[in-house]
Structure formats: structure tokens, C-alpha cells
Write a protein that binds this ligand. Structure first.
Ligand SMILES: [Zn+2]
Length: 189
């Protein structure tokens, strides 16, 4: 059994088309071991989340000369975490015996929260961040609502938005009326 097969077993939330496409691409790759290695590289802003689960890791190829070419899509333009991600990818592969590594940044197609894996949603929630909510069948992401985002701590929907911006610009700050905890909501884009 391929390691990546286990990634399809989680059925909650409903996998997005973008995620299914990414998983199929990974499963077709001739270098599954390299994908597995890079599962260890985490998002610098949310250390619970791998670049794969975040949807940033787009492609890995090994060229005939042994050089490894990695393609990533930044989550937001000018994302300060990008350099840290790039350095982590290079050092992880070099420590595994691959000295020649190139990391390319692909801006198109743009990263979207639709690329997050189902596991990524669970990891965000476990970390205390409400995952992005996508409405089924909508072509554009739902705007950040003023209330009703499920609290990642206690599961209550009795929540309200405090600020459009949370700890980073890609998150909004909410507060739960049930447990009174504030929490970040990962805004869909
Ligand atoms: Zn709560």
C-alpha cells in the first residue's frame, strides 16, 4: 500500500475538487519517497500543518542529473513565510542525501484555501484555528461572515467576528459566546 493511500481515508470535511486533483497528481508521481520526505516540512505560521496539507507544495520532480525540482505556490503575495518554507524544503532534502535542490515559485494557478487537505482542516482546528468554510457548489469563496463560524475549541456556532484581521491578514478574529475564547478564522480565498 502506498503511503499516500492513507490520505484518502478521512472523509470529513468533504474533499474539494482542488484537493482531489492534488492527491491524484501526488499518487501518480514516480518519486513518492520525496513527497513523503517533504511531509515533514511545516507551515512556519501554523506548525501543525505541512506544506502539503496547506496546499503550498505543488510538484516534486527528480531530473536525470539527480537534481530535485520542487514547485510551491505562495499562499498570499509577499508572504513573509515563503523564504522560510523554501529554506526548510532545501535543508530537508539535503539532509536526506539530495544536495541539488531547486525551489520554484508558481503564481498561477494561484493558491486557494480549496487546496487545503481534509487533514489540514482538522489540523487547523486542533491548533485552535477555525478552517476556511466553503459553500458547496459556489464558484466564489464565501465572504468572511460576521457570526456562526464554529468555535475550534468547544464546537459552538454561537460566535461573532471581532475583527476582519486576526494574527495575520489571512485570518479574521472571532470570539465564542459559549466558551468566551477568541480564535482565528482562516479566511477562504
Ligand atoms: Zn467556544
Amino acid at each position: 500500500m502506498n503511503k499516500t493511500d492513507t490520505l484518502t481515508l478521512v472523509d470529513r470535511p468533504v474533499p474539494t475538487a482542488a484537493w482531489v486533483q492534488r492527491l491524484q497528481h501526488r499518487n501518480r508521481s514516480p518519486v513518492p519517497g520525496l513527497w513523503a520526505l517533504l511531509d515533514a516540512v511545516k507551515d512556519p505560521e501554523v506548525p501543525a500543518l505541512s506544506l502539503w496539507d496547506l496546499g503550498v507544495l505543488r510538484d516534486i520532480e527528480q531530473q536525470d542529473n539527480g537534481c530535485i525540482r520542487v514547485v510551491i505556490s505562495p499562499t498570499y503575495s509577499g508572504c513573509p513565510a515563503l523564504e522560510a518554507m523554501r529554506a526548510d524544503i532545501i535543508s530537508t532534502l539535503q539532509q536526506a542525501g539530495h544536495p541539488e535542490v531547486e525551489v520554484h515559485t508558481a503564481l498561477s494557478p494561484a493558491w486557494s484555501t480549496e487546496a487545503l487537505s481534509p487533514q489540514g482542516h482538522e489540523q487547523l482546528r486542533a491548533y485552535g484555528i477555525a478552517p476556511p468554510r466553503h459553500c458547496q457548489g459556489c464558484s466564489v469563496p464565501e465572504l468572511t461572515p460576521e457570526s456562526g463560524i464554529t468555535c475550534p475549541r468547544c464546537g459552538s456556532d454561537d460566535t461573532h467576528r471581532i475583527s476582519e484581521f486576526g494574527s495575520t491578514a489571512c485570518k479574521a478574529l472571532f470570539q465564542c459566546r459559549a466558551c468566551h475564547e477568541p480564535f482565528d478564522y482562516f479566511k477562504p480565498i
